[in-house]
Design a protein around this ligand. Structure first.
Ligand SMILES: Nc1nc2c(ncn2[C@@H]2O[C@H](COP(=O)(O)OP(=O)(O)OP(=O)(O)O)[C@@H](O)[C@H]2O)c(=O)[nH]1
Ligand SMILES: [Mg+2]
Length: 439
């Protein structure tokens, strides 16, 4: 679907900077270049230095102008780029000059990526990958997003979808024609393919949410008895004072979260209230929140006080099977006799590196894919694949050929929704609500 209107947006970050990039996409892009430069468009993909002028002909700035002719452009439409000096007044003046041109308006959040999807330049998983790339804060997030942008995930899902479409064609042939007219047992072939895809989808779904965890971060709860140094540890890892540290046992009440990059992985670290039979109602609520957070965490860091080794640890049974790192703190005061964990002194810094390494190692274990297959990265994909797997399970037990074919058809549709091959109009709003790049 070709759009009639032309949109422009500041593609670089707003504010003062060396350079600002203003992008224009749509049928009037060529006219925009001519209007602002009073010259013909430059040859495609070749930067030219031009004066940019306002309506009255006054020079706004001198900058680079680039031209990308449809369809070989970011959006698939005619695209022009103006690289100007990154001052607010310059960007405002260029925007005003563009907005004055009939049929040209500011773009909506994510509109250029959306146009790229509408024009078949990107599938939906690639559009989502662009949002992830812009948001990537850690190496693992960047690697995963680049891979998805490269089409790894889209290709995987499209392969499953085309396999299922082939099986569906066989199943429909088996319904429409008699056995004698068909080569071999096409229905058995169709069932085998459907089963193979179902196995692959199920394995992909059972990946312990690796891809999603890379995006969202591994949740780590720091728990332990009061005064063990939990808040001190969170501050040391965060490199700033996020939580109050005091010698009064029972200082921390609420759960305090910090997002960190540990060894290239996103980690959400939570400081919690010290676990003990609480003295007050507020403290009891703190303990309840601490335990709830520990239960929901992907990793528990149990911090114990080396100078008080006899303090009971209050670990509910539910937490026993959680991945857990035990750390004995305050070894500057007393070295623990127990050999069940790492030794740390937040006062001297001894052992801190080992604690960081242990968390990073656990993050790597939980987040890194063991094989080559790309990981599932979004709840939206998980929902569609779960639905596809359910249809394939039903197909496997369907006796009647018509029911088998119908379930295959529904599975094909569910997978097609991930890449936007079907129902793309309905999906665009959902996908683009999440991100606003290319404003
Ligand atoms: N000597 C010594 N003192 C420490 C060390 N780590 C923390 N402390 C001190 O221990 C006290 C308690 O530290 P916090 O970080 O507030 O302990 P917490 O576990 O968060 O305590 P609650 O929030 O009350 O559960 C503070 O006075 C810290 O300065 C350490 O390695 N050695
Ligand atoms: Mg604390």
């Amino acid at each position: 679907m070709r759009r009639e209107d032309t949109a422009f947006a500041l593609a670089s970050a707003p504010g003062r900077a060396g350079v600002a990039l203003i992008r224009v996409s749509g049928p009037a892009a060529e006219f925009c270049v001519k209007a602002l430069t009073r010259k013909q468009i430059p040859p495609p993909r070749r930067a030219e230095i031009r004066f940019l002028k306002d309506q009255a002909g006054a020079v706004i700035d001198r900058g680079l102008v680039l031209w990308f002719a449809s369809p070989a452009s970011l959006t698939g439409e005619d695209v022009a780029e103006f690289h100007v000096h990154g001052g607010r007044a310059i960007v405002d003046a260029v925007a005003a000059a563009l907005a004055a041109i009939p049929g040209v308006r500011p773009a909506e959040p994510g509109e250029f990526t959306r146009r790229a999807v509408e024009n078949g330049k990107l599938d939906l998983t690639q559009a989502e990958a662009i949002a992830d790339l812009v948001d990537a804060e850690t190496e693992a997030q960047r690697r995963q997003a680049v891979r998805q942008y490269d089409g790894a995930l889209g290709t995987l899902y499209e392969t499953w979808r085309s396999d299922l479409m082939k099986a569906l064609a066989w199943a429909e042939a088996a319904i429409d024609f008699s056995d004698e007219d068909l080569p071999g047992d096409v229905l058995a072939d169709a069932r085998r393919v459907a089963e193979d895809v179902r196995d692959a989808v199920t394995a992909h779904l059972n990946d312990a949410r690796r891809g999603e965890l890379v995006r969202e971060g591994l949740f780590v709860a720091v728990i332990g008895p009061p005064n063990a140094g939990k808040s001190s540890l969170v501050n040391a890892l965060a490199g700033r004072d996020v939580a109050i540290v005091s010698e009064t046992a029972g200082t921390t009440r609420d759960v305090i979260e910090v997002r960190l990059d540990l060894g290239g992985y996103a980690v959400v670290l939570a400081d919690t209230a010290g676990l003990r039979a609480a003295g007050s109602e507020v403290e009891a609520e703190g303990v309840r929140r601490a335990l709830a957070r520990a239960e929901a965490a992907d990793l528990v860091l149990l911090l114990r006080d080396g100078s008080e080794p006899d303090l009971p640890i209050y670990m509910p049974n539910k937490l026993v099977n959680k991945p857990c790192i035990i750390v004995w703190n305050k070894v500057d005061l007393a070295w623990p006799e127990a050999q069940d964990g790492l030794c740390l002194s937040l006062k001297t810094g001894e052992g801190l590196e080992a604690v960081i390494n242990a968390i990073a190692a656990e993050a790597r274990k939980q987040l890194e894919s063991p094989g080559e297959a790309p990981a599932l990265t979004r709840v939206r994909h998980r929902q569609a694949l779960t639905e596809a797997a359910e249809h394939l399970a039903r197909a496997a037990s369907a006796e009647a050929q018509e029911l088998f074919a119908e379930d295959l058809r529904l599975a094909v549709r569910a997978i097609g929704r991930i890449t936007g091959r079907v129902d793309v109009e309905d999906l665009l709003d959902v996908v683009f609500r999440d991100f606003c790049i290319g404003k």
